[in-house]
Write a protein that binds this ligand. Structure first.
Ligand SMILES: [Zn+2]
Length: 325
């Protein structure tokens, strides 16, 4: 794993490498940008760079014991904290900060990476704040977030911000085509449904979403189709269930977004469902624009409820009622 595997984030990586060369690494960073564009991969590579025994041209060697351990996510001095459920627990932050204050096990540096830092609640933010206010020379804290504004300003202001971009459509499409044998339509679909986020595009490719999405749309848009069958999630764990519901909502939302485009955009309509152009135009005639917009906001509300683990049966049933009003 190297920085070269992170595509389209040259500016962010150059900023970090410059700081490293000039020995001006900040004690705290906030990597902000869409989900799935390489923030975590960059953070781990930066951790390797800071700890590598044989750095070559601002790239970690990838073979020294430190690099190998970071790659395997078992370096004792590189801590990764992520939310458990909705929030990052205060105990996880306290424990991580306690470990940051200890002497490094294998190197003088210690690195704490906080995934989905917007999930820090007030308690855990305050616990982190103490460490951010009294930084030790040997520690680097890296917050990763796709919702910068949800992080407390007192935390944000103590971190150097590194901005990650969504990838341009052409760049991501070429990458996917080079990596997998995809039809033009499938590559374009993955690029657009993932909104330029490589990690998300790869996830949807792996889940064969392009093959499945039309049947999914057909089912979910049929008012008499049984909910349980649609979701087939009876026995799934809550997190798997949420992912599955997210997927359905994403497919559904892409359809209604296309209907908006069919109604409003000029001759160049960048449909997500590129394989369904004629169907989209036909379907769009059955709705007014404000009806379509109502459907889109109902889908967004359902996604919000799903994130908060509100009873999915009720929220999906409400959604379908809304779609069939
Ligand atoms: Zn190394």
């Amino acid at each position: 794993m190297s920085f070269q595997e992170v595509i389209g984030q040259e500016a962010a990586i150059a900023q970090l490498k410059n700081a490293f060369i000039n020995k001006r690494t900040s004690h705290a960073y906030c990597f902000s940008g869409p989900q799935g564009v390489g923030k975590k991969k960059t953070a781990l590579n930066f951790a390797k760079l800071l700890m590598c025994a044989h750095v070559q041209n601002t790239e970690p060697c990838d073979i020294c014991s430190s690099c190998v351990k970071v790659n395997a996510l078992n370096h004792p001095d590189v801590l990764v904290v992520a939310p458990e459920g909705q929030f990052i627990k205060i105990d996880s932050i306290r424990e991580a900060c306690r470990r940051l204050n200890l002497k490094g096990f294998e190197s003088s540096k210690k690195i704490l990476i906080i995934s989905k830092a917007q999930s820090l609640n007030e308690e855990s933010s305050n616990a982190l704040l103490k460490t951010l206010e009294e930084p030790s020379a040997d520690t680097v804290i890296i917050l990763l977030t796709d919702a910068l504004k949800s992080i407390l300003p007192t935390i944000r202001s103590r971190c150097q911000r590194i901005v990650f971009q969504a990838l341009p459509e052409g760049v991501l499409k070429k990458m996917l085509e080079a990596q997998f044998k995809l039809s033009d339509e499938e590559a374009l679909y993955l690029v657009r449904i993932s909104m330029g986020r490589l990690g998300v595009a790869l996830k949807y490719h792996e889940a064969r979403l392009f093959e499945r999405k039309n049947k999914m749309l057909e089912d979910v848009l049929r008012p008499d189709y049984p909910l349980d069958k649609l979701l087939a999630i009876g026995s799934l764990e809550r997190s798997e269930k949420n992912l599955k519901i997210d997927e359905i909502l994403c497919v559904l939302s892409s359809w209604f977004r296309d209907l908006v485009l069919a109604k409003t955009a000029g001759p160049f309509k960048n449909f997500i469902n590129v394989d369904r152009k004629d169907d989209i135009i036909m379907a769009s005639r059955r709705y007014t624009l404000s009806e379509i917009e109502g459907c889109i906001s109902a889908i967004a509300d359902t996604a919000f409820e799903n994130e908060r683990n509100i009873n999915w049966r009720i929220s999906m049933a409400n959604l379908r009622m809304e779609l069939w009003k």
